[in-house]
Design a protein around this ligand. Structure first.
Ligand code: HEM
Length: 440
């Protein structure tokens, strides 16, 4: 009963209102409930942009302009959104009384839901172990894992779902290394991640909400056990180092158990499904652009820029949100304290004022890296360097190993709206080339 009431507060009411709003053309409602926007959001970004840089909708503003989005993300006048905090009075009351006490990416002490001083303290602790040197070390591990996975795929006549067999497997292996997850638990971690991926969306149907809750609960219990185990027998994983730093390091890096759990949970949640989407989006875009694959074969130094262009054009995280801490003027509009602004990262990434001919996939675009796919300001993605390495090494290794690969069907998009990627992508692999460059 409690769970049902919580769903009603968080999703049910909004679903009902959004269904009416879609018919009336309300922009917020279309963002969460219009199937056409879910299938292809690009015409929607352009429609919003045609109305202005900052557009008022029923429950929030929508920011689609690149400069404005950047300003908002860096501003001290706005804070991140905490789950349930912006619901109207009686619904907020119901949500608070029916919520469980499980960790959630949008609930404190998750990094994504806190601001300084706690945010500064958490970032300091994580940055102490998640150093550029540690990430550089992980790059070799990405390459070995990618090759290992690709060598297990069939060749010649093989048609495989590349999302299940490769795009999902690579990030889960890397995140598991970071968190010290034993091999036998990786399948479960993958399952929890997939179940919980829609947790950032609002307006979920009841059945999907339940499966998200199952994923979050399973993950919470598993993670608590796992951290206990890491305390008993430390490994050389970054998570073990984080535990040690938080116990014996300087006072400002001390983390209590709930904070440690929230950080580990978020690293897993934020670093897993997003990177799966980067890989699947990239594979799909490149299969549709054989001319770019030819160029990349001749000029492999273009891979890093190609990854930036993929992040720009098919952003794995489409949007985030900020809440005004005080009355401010923004883009000529009066914003009141408590107002919600949806920062549409994917739309900012196609702002024609910054990216000429914005819808064109151009792997040589000189400023592709100016995208906001990793957000900006103090919440800038903590795993951006690792995600870039996984994208670059993961995609390059795949296309080098299977030079004749082609699409073998249309595939299907994930049902999530905040996160965007493919749930299946059938490909015909063709002949495999050994990584030493000798045909097998
Ligand atoms: C293509 C892959 C990825 C994308 C597109 C992505 C995107 C993002 C975005 C947009 C945010 C900020 C949201 C906001 O401002 O409200 C974020 C934050 C974060 N990301 Fe990533 N991410 C990716 C991969 C990763 C990886 C691999 C990790 C960890 C290993 C990671 C860990 C985090 C963490 C911990 C935060 C919270 C930072 C904070 O709030 O201070 N992400 N990410």
């Amino acid at each position: 009963m409690k769970e049902r009431l919580h769903w009603l507060a968080m999703h049910g009411f909004f679903r009902g209102a959004a269904a009416i709003g879609v018919r009336r053309g309300d922009l917020n409602s279309r963002l969460v409930a219009d199937p056409q926007v879910a299938a292809d959001p690009v015409p929607f970004y352009d429609e919003v942009r045609a109305r202005g840089a900052l557009v008022k909708s029923r429950v929030s503003y929508l920011a689609v302009d690149h400069a404005l989005a950047g300003e908002l993300l860096r501003s001290e006048d706005f804070r991140v959104l905490m789950m349930g905090s912006n619901l109207p009075g009686p619904i907020a009351w119901l949500e608070q009384r029916t919520r469980d006490d499980l960790l959630h990416p949008l609930r404190p002490p998750s990094l994504l839901a806190v601001e300084p001083p706690n945010h500064t303290r958490y970032r300091k602790s994580v940055s102490a172990v998640f150093t550029p040197r540690a990430v550089a070390g992980l790059r070799d591990r990405v390459e070995q894992t990618a090759v290992g996975l690709l060598e297990q795929l069939p060749d010649e006549s093989g048609v495989v779902d590349i999302v299940a067999r490769y795009c999902s497997q690579l990030p889960v292996a890397i995140i598991s290394d970071i968190l010290g997850v034993p091999d036998q638990d990786r399948g479960r971690v993958l399952e929890f991640g997939e179940l919980a991926a829609p947790s950032l969306d609002i307006g979920l149907p009841w059945r999907q909400y339940r499966s998200v809750q199952r994923g979050i609960a399973g993950f919470n219990f598993w993670l608590a056990d796992h951290l206990r185990e890491l305390r008993r027998s430390p490994s050389d994983s970054l998570m073990s180092q984080l535990i040690q730093t938080s116990e014996s390091g300087p006072a400002e890096t001390h983390l209590d158990d709930t904070e440690l759990l929230a950080i580990a949970g978020l690293v897993l949640a934020a670093g897993f499904e997003t990177t799966v989407n980067l890989l699947s989006n990239g594979i799909r875009m490149l299969l549709d652009a054989p001319e770019h694959l030819r160029t990349l074969r001749e000029r492999p130094e273009l891979w890093p820029n190609t990854v930036e262009e993929i992040l720009r054009l098919d952003s794995p995280v489409q949007l985030t949100a900020r809440v005004a801490l005080k009355d401010v003027e923004l883009a000529g509009k009066q914003i009141n304290r408590g107002d919600l602004i949806v920062v549409y990262l994917a739309a900012a990434n196609r702002d024609p004022a910054v990216f000429p001919d914005p819808h064109r996939f151009d792997i040589e675009r000189p400023n592709a890296g100016r995208h906001l796919a990793f957000s900006g300001g103090r919440h800038f993605c903590l795993g951006a360097a690792l995600a870039r390495a996984e994208g670059e090494v993961g995609l390059r290794t795949f296309f080098e190993h299977f030079p004749d690969v082609c699409a073998a069907g249309v595939g299907s998009r994930r049902g999530t709206r905040v996160l965007r990627g493919w749930s299946t992508l059938p490909v015909a692999l063709g002949r495999a080339r050994s990584m030493a460059g000798i045909d097998s």
